[in-house]
Design a binder for this molecule. Structure first.
Ligand code: C5P
Length: 293
């Protein structure tokens, strides 16, 4: 019997390190990063339908041809040749224009959900190839966990789970556009290039102190996000082992040793910032959590 409804959780990500190592054809940048999926999830509900609809209730993200969930649904139908329709509701739980890969998580969630809903049995590498055509971070959103990510964002090396820790994430009131962030990097460059190889070794060794020592973001100094330094100072004062911007910003986060330290820091930051999130490392990527016949 065909499925009537599928629910998917798709984790957002943080960059434990982000370095820009060159330029690629098409205006893209060659990156070297460590990416970590976190327990802040987009929740998607997919149902068969006569047409194709995408809804994002409560979110200001427009459903237009640039919407990553819509692009993913079209790419899935195009690739499989299925003559079907789907109704997709995305409950957005992650901040937008934050550098946390929310749009990529939405696309990954749609691909995984449609694969299940229509029993299409596409492999992970087929889903990653489809996802890479939608956004540079979609392959990671599919795989999740902890990865060294290189190239445009599509060369993934899965690593062992990162050492136990907690993240306190602060989203300032003004977000950042990714293409604009890279354009500013081209104009201004960066004095900071984190050592991703050292951080990979730290993850493999389960060494949180070494992981924190090599955390950093080459896009941070040229970022148009104006509150990064102030938020980092607040996180550091609240006991963060490391603090940095994620992706192209504007969210800034701190790494804490345990839940109690993170809770205390989050409580003090909430006095000043409206959007403060507490998250843990997530060992997976976008996944079906419920299927109804
Ligand atoms: O692929 P995605 O739509 O996520 O990327 C958004 C923008 O970020 C690209 O159009 C490009 O300007 C920039 N980008 C980049 N190099 C990457 C990834 C993204 O320059 N590796």
């Amino acid at each position: 019997m065909p499925l009537r409804c599928v629910t998917v959780l798709a984790p957002a990500k943080l960059n434990l390190a982000l370095d820009v190592v060159g330029t690629l054809p098409g205006g893209y940048h060659a990156l070297d990063m460590l990416m970590q999926a976190v327990t802040l999830h987009e929740e998607l509900v997919l149902r068969p339908s006569p047409g194709l609809t995408v809804r994002m209730p409560g979110s200001f993200v427009p459903v237009n041809p640039k919407n990553t969930a819509l692009k993913a649904a079209l790419a899935f139908f195009d690739y499989t040749g299925l003559l079907a329709g789907v109704d997709i509701t995305v409950h957005k739980k992650t901040p937008v224009r934050a550098g946390m890969g929310g749009g990529s998580a939405d696309a990954a969630g749609v691909l995984v959900g449609m694969n299940e809903l229509f029993a299409a049995r596409l492999s992970m590498s087929e889903l990653c190839a489809l996802g890479a055509g939608i956004g540079a971070d979609v392959p990671f959103a599919l795989l999740g966990g902890t990865c060294r990510v290189q190239g445009k964002g599509d060369l993934l090396k899965p690593l062992p789970p990162c050492p136990a820790c907690r993240f306190v994430i602060v989203m300032p009131s003004i977000g950042v556009s990714t293409p604009e962030a890279f354009a500013r990097y081209d104009a201004l460059g960066s004095p900071l290039h984190p050592d991703c190889a050292a951080q990979e070794q730290a993850v493999r060794a389960g060494d949180l102190a070494a992981l924190c020592a090599s955390a950093g973001n080459a896009l941070e100094h040229c970022s148009a996000a104006t509150q990064t330094a102030a938020i980092r100072a607040r996180l550091d004062a609240a006991g963060a082992l490391a603090s940095l911007m994620t992706g192209s910003g504007a969210a800034v986060y701190g790494i804490f040793a345990d839940e109690a330290a993170a809770q205390a820091a989050a409580a003090s930051l909430r006095a000043e910032y409206r959007q403060v999130y507490l998250a843990a490392p997530d060992r997976g990527g976008a996944r079906v959590v419920r299927a109804v016949r």
